[in-house]
Design a protein around this ligand. Structure first.
Ligand code: FAD
Length: 474
């Protein structure tokens, strides 16, 4: 495309979205061209911020006609470079942040219809105002948006009980690559009329269409919640404890997070407000939340009894159950502080992986041994939503090591971890997606048949390859 054609297309886009909706000054575009960790940076002729589905459709139509590639962007928190254009500066960024209306909440149907740019926290609060629960919850909830959550099939802390985004979406509205709008905003729990198209767009990372709105499932708000911080001798004990707690509580475990002592120590050292809730150090801890639909003393007694049995079976060595919401928040603060703390310990190589829940302990043991052999002194800080098999297998640099030299080994060390993952039939991306970061692994992790199917879908829905090119699929 010539520069003149590109300028003409941007002029047309300006007439659609107005001055407010089109950013071209470098200082205005800067926040949209790099992400949280600063690992991925890009360039773009413009950031377009449409305010309605009609505007998105018109912008995408112009881009399709002019051959301009489009990178959809939500809260820009996914950390794998999917929402950032490439350095060449050919793609425009299409930010959904002005599409931020909650179109409606149907309390009897337990559903919410929200536009793509609604921030998760806003959606959670809107549901709460109607005495309903939107169970999606994660560390970036003050920034990430419904469209980004859907496009990465986000998980978070409550997957164990309520599923991931794929389980929470009933309907979608999507602008297709040629600018047509697919109105699939159905709020049905049963609909057996052919292929379920919405699932194509969930987890597609903006490569097949632009999500503009969604119908999300809501749930009754729990009336009772018990939060416990439990010292466990090993990951294997943690997983056994989870199975017992699920059975003993009538599957009331909503969240189950594992963390190593090193994770807690980093948080205590670097993040003000972190507490060590137990008197004696333990090599591993579990932070769990069990919720019930009704308020009763029996529920708490049941949790206490299950923990008592875990002590007898030597699956737990110490525990505290929060006595108030403030105490529960203090315990959850530890989990958030762990994420924050790692950057103060030098380079941290991230692996966000999953294995079957029953193989979590084996994964941690084997992966720790493998990375120690590859990089003596490396400091693993495994933590995460192990209730659904997801481990953030983060690796802090050896003490005193050169950070740049350590981070230069990122791909090599991730590969060591991935080998263990492949061996255990796990996934190298449990959350966040593939983006730019892991796209080169796709031909390795997908069979030729699966890879062909992915390519066929891309070709069918985006024949010109203009939607988030070079992301997810190499
Ligand atoms: P973005 O980062 O803006 O975009 C993500 C991808 O979706 C990109 O490929 C983008 O092109 C595409 N996209 C965005 N909007 C649209 C749209 N409307 N239509 C089509 N494509 C679109 N993730 C988890 O799953 N679980 C966690 O527990 C979790 N914890 C996190 C904690 C922290 C502190 C941080 C920083 C991130 C965490 N994440 C987690 C990752 C991130 O929050 C999620 O991936 C989230 O879903 C991204 O949403 P977003 O709006 O920021 O999307």
């Amino acid at each position: 495309m010539t520069v003149a054609a590109s300028i003409a297309a941007l002029d047309r886009i300006r007439t659609i979205v107005g001055l407010n909706g089109l950013l071209t000054a470098p200082e205005d575009m800067a926040p949209y061209l790099s992400e949280w960790r600063g690992r991925f940076k890009g360039n773009s002729p413009a950031v377009v911020r449409p305010a309605s589905t009609e505007e998105v459709a018109a912008v995408v139509t112009i881009c399709a006609e002019a051959g301009i590639p489009v990178v959809p962007q939500g809260g820009n928190t996914s950390l794998v470079g999917g929402s950032i254009p490439y350095e060449e500066g050919r793609e425009i960024v299409l930010s959904l942040s002005r599409m931020n209306r909650i179109r409606g909440i149907d309390t009897l149907n337990y559903t919410m219809t929200a536009e793509a740019g609604v921030v998760l926290k806003t959606a959670q609060e809107a549901a709460k105002d109607k005495d309903r629960l939107l169970p999606m919850s994660l560390g970036a909830e003050g920034t990430c948006q419904i469209g980004g959550l859907i496009s990465t099939n986000a998980g978070g802390i409550n997957v164990l009980r309520y599923g991931n985004m794929r389980d929470l979406v009933l309907g979608l509205e999507v602008v297709l690559a040629d600018g047509r709008v697919w109105n699939g905003l159905r709020s049905l729990r049963k609909n057996n009329t052919g292929y379920d198209l919405k699932h194509l767009f969930i987890g597609a990372e903006g490569t097949l269409g632009i999500v503009t709105a969604a119908v999300l499932k809501l749930y009754p708000r729990p009336r009772q919640s018990e939060t416990a911080f439990i010292a466990v001798p090993s990951p294997a004990a943690a997983i056994e404890l989870l199975a017992r707690l699920r059975a003993a509580s009538g599957d009331a475990v909503a969240a189950f997070e594992l963390m190593s002592r090193r994770c807690l120590e980093f948080a205590l050292k670097h993040v003000a407000g972190t507490i060590d809730p137990l008197s004696e150090p333990s090599p591993w801890y579990v932070l769990t939340e069990l919720t019930a639909g009704t308020q009763s003393d029996a529920f708490r007694e049941n949790v206490e009894a299950a923990l008592g049995e875990a002590f007898e079976a030597e699956l737990a060595t110490d525990a505290t159950i929060a006595q108030s919401e403030t105490q529960a928040n203090q315990l959850w603060f530890i989990r958030e502080a762990i994420v924050e703390a790692q950057k103060f310990e030098g380079g941290s190589i991230k692996n966000d992986v999953s294995v079957p829940v029953s193989r979590v302990a084996e994964f941690i043991e084997r992966a720790e041994a493998a990375v120690a052999a590859a990089c003596p002194g490396i400091r693993p800080t495994p933590f995460g939503h192990v209730g659904d098999g997801n481990i953030h297998f983060n690796l802090s640099q050896p003490e005193g090591a050169d950070t740049a030299a350590y981070l230069a080994r990122w791909d090599e060390i991730c590969h060591v971890v991935n080998e263990v993952i492949f061996d255990l039939d796990g996934s190298i991306s449990a959350e966040h997606g593939v983006g730019r970061f892991k796209k080169d692994e796709m031909p390795v992790i997908k069979s030729p048949v699966e890879f062909d199917l992915l390519r066929a879908m891309k070709a069918a829905l985006d024949p010109k390859g203009l939607l988030n090119p070079g992301k997810m699929l190499p």
